[in-house]
Ligand binder design. Structure first.
Ligand code: ATP
Ligand code: MG
Length: 607
């Protein structure tokens, strides 16, 4: 049986929603009309002005980057950033760099780095453009960053501060009070240079000094009050080992990474808005010449045009947390089975849950990119998945809460074959065959001994059609000593088979799904509910662990239609009436099927 795979291709017929608004495109369109962007040189690899000056014009119309820190698995929020950056690069015939922002040695691992590359590839993006393999590591720029720091010191724009951390905090001021200048602020550049070199050489203990930019301790923007740009930290780095005992601060490193890679637009989330003045201050100063007091001239390190930071709203999804630290806690506390637990909003979790790359891309397209923060309802994510899967998922029948149905008027060995379309809108995909016999499984909820009005399924005396099979009339049921129904009895009308001339003579309102006990395939099926019962589990100081939903996972023993035994892990089906299900990537194997419900057929989330 051919099955609908969990493949990265957008299948024909997948819905293309009208793209939501994206103000970043206005920014790009505006900039591309400026002459300086047309003539940008690109040497084919990152580097300072000396590398790029005189190089050929950049074949990429824009250069963007996706810069995760390899300190966790990517989540649905990162998917938005990936779609924004790689997506816009694709749309504008540009390039998007895959860059590891690995300047903070402590929590970064190879496992995380590999998982990030897998996630980006799985979403259908790549980083090779115009023949360049644009996979970069910020740690490869440590030597340049160090020289940029010396440059600032020589230009009188940075100093080594040896106040204690407490003094530094006290002198920083508050939102309403200006800060106080450090007593080290006016030390001669030569002295700062010597101390900075001593920091690098490992002559000072951790925390004994920091290098600070010299800007303005009275600035209303706290980030401009002489921010720290280098600190001493004896920590082993996954790529540079023990070569360094000083590491650049993120706010210093990031703009430099962008400039070395000739990024045109550095798109980031809104919380970096207050960092933009420092971003521009830093790059502006590194990209110009400086006259020194002794008459010497410092030559600009970086070339124009400089990258431009533009902020957009991060993705906030209701009932979901998107903080790597908190997700890490769910994993390490054993609240979920791992980073790829199908309840996790990580890309590996979504993938195991049954999300396809095209569904996630459709979701990102629908939410658009805006300049102000808002919450997106979880139903938007699920809606994208439904709309993506509906035209491509093969259909199958599964009974999730089985009770037996016995057709009393046929012999024990009675058997027939029924058929149904693989997909109701793709006749060319053919049909599936399954058997029917005397003993079937139906959903327990499809029978009621004493039903309310408008119940059109099975109850004594009522007729229904067994979908793709025969019309039956219910005659009663068996019950155990607790009153629980153990079997439903019916008579089958053998001249009523679907697709035969007799079928039309029976008029029934109910149409039930069922599987044949003789050939049904057993499976474990995991049904998921939201992981948190609070719409905003971690907002305004709440402890997100308090709202963990204890019933977020239920596992049932189900029966699947004939022929489902050779399902491969990752295959996705619509189980009629129940929703979309994926054969679990980790636990499912032929003969030992495990399915995850990706999403129900109808929205049960939105209010
Ligand atoms: P966390 O704060 O959970 O550790 P992070 O945002 O700091 O995550 P990074 O590895 O620095 O993680 O993120 C890489 C990129 O993804 C950044 O450019 C960041 O702005 C973006 N990003 C992270 N979370 C979101 C989100 N919820 N919505 C949109 N973009 C996001
Ligand atoms: Mg970060």
């Amino acid at each position: 049986m051919s099955t609908a795979g969990n493949s990265p291709k957008t299948a024909a017929g997948a819905p293309e929603a009208a793209p939501a608004s994206n103000f970043l495109k206005n920014v790009i369109d505006h900039d591309l009309a400026l002459p300086e962007y047309a003539a940008r040189p690109w040497a084919g690899k990152p580097g300072p002005a000396s590398v790029h000056t005189g190089a050929k014009a950049d074949p990429a119309r824009i250069r963007l980057r996706f810069p995760p820190e390899p300190n966790g698995y990517l989540h649905v929020g990162h998917a938005k950033a990936i779609c924004v950056n790689f997506g816009l690069a694709e749309e504008y015939a540009g390039a998007c760099h895959m860059r590891f922002d690995d300047t903070n040695p402590e929590k970064e691992t190879e496992e995380f780095a590999n998982s990030i590359l897998d996630a980006v590839r799985w979403l259908g993006f790549g980083w090779t453009h115009f023949g360049d393999d644009n996979l970069y590591y910020a740690s490869d720029y440590f030597e340049f960053m160090y020289s940029a720091a010396e440059f600032l010191i020589q230009a009188g724009l940075a100093y080594v501060d040896e106040q204690t951390p407490d003094e530094m905090r006290a002198n920083r001021g508050t939102l309403t009070q200006p800060g106080q200048n450090s007593p080290y602020r006016e030390r001669p550049a030569s002295e700062s240079l010597a101390r900075f070199r001593a920091m690098r050489a490992g002559e000072l203990p951790d925390g004994a000094a920091v290098l600070r930019a010299k800007i303005d301790m009275a600035s209303p923007n706290m980030n401009m009050r002489d921010p720290a740009i280098y600190r001493i930290k004896r920590a082993h780095h996954i790529r540079t080992g023990d070569a360094w005992c000083i590491y650049p601060m993120y706010t210093f490193a990031h703009p430099i990474e962008d400039a070395l890679e000739r990024i045109t637009h550095s798109f980031c989330t809104l919380e970096f808005e207050d960092q933009r003045p420092f971003y521009d201050w830093l790059l502006g100063n590194l990209a110009r010449d400086h006259e020194l007091p002794d008459g010497k001239r410092l030559q600009a390190l970086l070339g124009h045009p400089l990258p431009k930071q533009v902020e957009f709203a991060r993705l906030n999804l209701s009932y979901v947390i998107t903080s790597k630290r908190k997700l890490q806690q769910l994993v390490s506390d054993g609240r979920v089975s791992g980073w790829d637990d199908p309840r996790m909003p990580t890309i590996v979790g979504l993938r195991r849950r049954g999300f396809t790359p095209s569904a996630i891309r459709l979701f990102c397209q629908r939410i658009g990119v805006s300049k102000s923060d808002s919450w997106i309802d979880y139903s938007v994510l699920e809606g994208a998945l439904r709309d993506d899967l509906d035209p491509k998922a093969h259909r199958a029948v599964a009974v999730l809460d089985p009770v037996q149905l016995i057709l009393d008027n046929v012999p024990d060995d009675w058997s027939d074959t029924c058929s149904a379309p693989v997909h109701p809108h793709h006749e060319d995909w053919g049909t599936r065959q399954f058997t029917i016999g005397k003993r079937l499984w139906i959903e327990a909820e499809d029978f009621m001994e004493d039903p309310p009005k408008k119940f059109f399924r099975l109850f004594p005396g009522n007729r229904v059609r067994l979908r793709y099979g025969y019309v039956i009339e219910c005659t009663g049921c068996d019950k155990d000593e607790h009153g629980k129904v153990t079997a439903v009895h019916a008579q089958v009308f053998l001249d009523s088979k679907s697709g035969t001339p007799g079928a039309d003579t029976y008029k029934v309102k109910g149409n039930l799904h069922w599987v044949d006990q003789a050939t049904a395939v057993p499976a474990r099926v995991r049904l998921y509910d939201r992981l948190f019962s609070d719409e905003h589990p971690d907002s305004s100081g709440k402890n997100f662990l308090d709202s963990l939903n204890p019933d977020s996972l239920t596992e049932v023993r189900a029966w699947l239609e004939t022929g489902m035994s050779d399902v491969k892990a990752g295959d996705i089906y619509q189980f009629e009436r129940h929703g979309y299900f994926v054969a679990d990537l980790k636990d499912s194997a032929p003969g030992k099927l495990v399915f995850n419900r990706a999403v129900t057929l109808k929205d049960s989330w939105s209010k």
